[in-house]
Design a protein around this ligand. Structure first.
Ligand code: AMP
Ligand code: GLY
Length: 426
């Protein structure tokens, strides 16, 4: 089989490597890819939103299956576009992509099916939003409805911060249409957990757990990012005891069942990936958000632990024959540390800064590329998140030591990283 992975980040590099391991696969193309996929696979220089170009590449290269990584093409309807042309594609349809494309769409779904989540109100009018804000208990969470590269969420500690966020979203329209509607929701306390699931015609099959570090600064300080580190699995995080942990996971399973039933009741055909962000308060989980794709960097810490053939899992998800037992995991732990450009998550970081030749991968440590390009023999950083060093270990401490051992050998003046990924984790 020949496969095409659409996207250019660490998630796609990691997906492409995992797909390439399959005995069924002869060649993996990545569009547009990065320096990592250029080296390990075959890059096709085309934009993820160039649907016509992608369909044409499928013809030209005889591609049997397209796997879509990022949300933009899914929200734009790439899966529908390709399917209509007889192409086998793994990625949710445009209708279901609204679960990521619109926070209000997801909130309404959760409320309609009485699935635990933070209480909220939506607004398009600045004055009405401010009036509501006056009576809020702080902190309060203010979110742009649409896609904002993970930057559309503000946790306002007081009225002034809230008003500033509303001004930015609704009046200055910093995210354009994406912030023309805002959601103001209650602040939830607890431990966050990401659960990524295969969804086969509305039936949900969770992968093992992964933790993502969202804040740019050590000690979870500073701005939200796309995610700058992670580890897997994340057993019973936030639970005081094993019993509490088991009860938490049983409660999470109940929410997944409710979500699946909700998809069915509403007549969706949800097939692809579903990423559920939970906030767990002791043994009570609540849904924070849905994404309709694999997470980044969650994918980089999950897939090295996956023992099953990813192509088979995708085929079974598409044809409706997937069973939970099909998804097999190694007992090893993984830890991933993201090297990012100084200045990220702002937009004014330097681009095309040099990176010295990278350390060799081993069977325990792998360097995944996020935003890199190669010119001749030279490697350059060309994005906010640039590299993810992923290490396996018998336990988290070993995985962490191995990851940081390699991170400290990567030389580039403009790259930095958090030093506390997986520190003190249970
Ligand atoms: P979202 O894109 O909705 O996941 O929000 C991004 C991040 O903001 C989440 O990962 C949480 O860390 C935080 N967040 C979002 N909603 C809430 C909430 N209701 N209460 C507390 N933190 C939240
Ligand atoms: N790491 C969070 C995400 O991929 O949305």
């Amino acid at each position: 089989m020949k496969l095409l992975v659409v996207g250019s980040g660490g998630r796609e590099h990691c997906l492409a490597l995992k797909l390439q391991e399959s005995p069924q696969v002869s060649k993996v193309y990545v569009a547009p890819g990065n320096a990592g996929t250029q080296q390990d696979c075959h890059n096709l220089a085309m934009d993820v939103m160039d649907f016509e170009g992608i369909a044409q590449a499928v013809q030209t290269y005889g591609i049997d299956l397209v796997v879509v990584g990022p949300e933009d093409p899914l929200c734009g309807g790439l899966a529908d576009y390709l399917q209509a042309r007889g192409v086998q594609v793994f990625g949710v349809n445009q209708e279901c992509a609204q679960f990521e494309g619109s926070k209000e769409f997801t909130k309404k779904f959760l409320m309609r099916h009485e699935i635990a989540t933070a209480a909220y109100q939506e607004f398009t009018d600045y004055d009405q939003a401010v009036t509501y804000l006056k009576d809020c208990r702080f902190p309060v969470v203010i979110k742009a409805d649409g896609l904002a590269l993970g930057k559309g969420v503000v946790i306002a500690q007081d009225f002034e911060e809230g008003q500033e966020a509303l001004q930015g979203f609704l009046v200055d329209q910093v995210f354009g249409e994406a912030s023309a509607t805002v959601i103001i929701e209650d602040y939830l306390v607890g431990e966050e957990l990401s659960l990524i699931c295969f969804v086969s015609h509305n039936d949900i099959y969770p992968l093992e757990t992964a933790r993502d570090y969202k804040r740019v600064g050590e000690g979870d300080q500073g701005e939200n990012t796309g995610g700058v580190g992670g580890y897997s699995p994340m057993p019973y995080q936030g639970a005081a005891s094993l019993e509490e942990g088991e009860s938490l996971f049983a409660n999470i399973q109940k929410l997944l069942d409710q979500i699946s039933q909700g998809f069915k009741d509403d007549g969706f055909d949800y097939t692809g990936m579903l990423f559920v962000g939970f906030m767990n308060e002791a043994e009570t989980p609540r849904v924070l958000e849905f994404n309709v794709r694999f997470g980044d960097p969650e994918t980089q810490v999950l897939l090295p632990r996956l023992e099953s053939d990813l192509v088979t899992l995708i085929q079974k998800t598409l044809d409706g024959s997937l069973q939970q037992e099909d998804i097999q995991w190694s007992k090893e732990t993984t830890c991933g540390v993201v090297l990012f450009s100084k200045g990220y998550p702002g937009n004014d970081f330097e681009r095309m800064t040099g990176i010295a030749p990278l350390p060799e991968n081993t069977d325990k440590v792998q360097i995944i590329h996020n935003g890199t390009v190669r010119q001749g023999a030279d490697l350059y950083a060309n994005g906010g998140r640039v590299l993810t060093v992923v290490a396996k270990g018998d336990d988290l401490a070993q995985a962490r030591d191995r990851a940081y051992g390699v991170v400290s050998n990567i030389q580039s003046d403009n790259l930095t990283y958090r030093r506390d990924i997986a520190e003190g984790a249970k």
